[in-house]
Design a protein around this ligand. Sequence first.
Ligand code: ZN
Length: 242
Amino acid sequence: MRYAIFSDVHSNLEALEAVVSACKKESIDKYFCTGDVIGYAASPNKCVEIVRQLTMITVAGNHDWAAVNLFSLDSFNSDARESLLWTQRALTSESKLFLESLTPVYRNNELTLVHATLNNPREFNYLQDVFSAEESFVLQDTSVCFLGHTHIVGIFVSDSEGKVNYSEQAVLNLSQGNKYIVNVGSVGQPRDADPRAVYCIYDTQKKTIKIKRVAYDVKSARNRIIEAGLPSALGNRLLTGH
Ligand code: ZN
């Protein structure tokens, strides 16, 4: 099977469309999303619709739940909070039903999905160092877990003795006995100094994971954020990927 996994679309339609059209050329069997479909940018309903049309499995992100009052707005900075209040007003009842239906963790025989960490997944803590990766690995039954939340691509590898290393390589050959946490970055608001949208392909036969980036019309996405009356910083940061 060839799986496409992506995260943190954040209402960025231009970025999502670029990722979907790149994936359509890759013979993908199934799509997965590790949360935060909405928040920050100007197209929450269209992004929800596309994600639903892909009949993909999606887990809940902190923005997804905050937009439907399942998570407190207090933990967000002022721009994020403002965009969530805007999003709450913009969401259709259909989109709200979708966001309300999302659960924090998904598992099958081949992979686990979570937005932030497997330990206390409803708290949406940041998995950004070896220590926090170790805490999540303890609860990981599958060899691979995909997540997002930090908007920074990276892979944590736990070897057969439980020693954890961090890697930023774009192509990974999976080894038996190891466990992996793959942060797939962000489609709609990358923060690792590369403004292109990111997604990931997991080939379960070849046992490979590939991180891919695709350029999109960043200026249009930025302009629509500003025209919608959202904080201009949320548009401008897309230009640099910070
Ligand atoms: Zn996010």
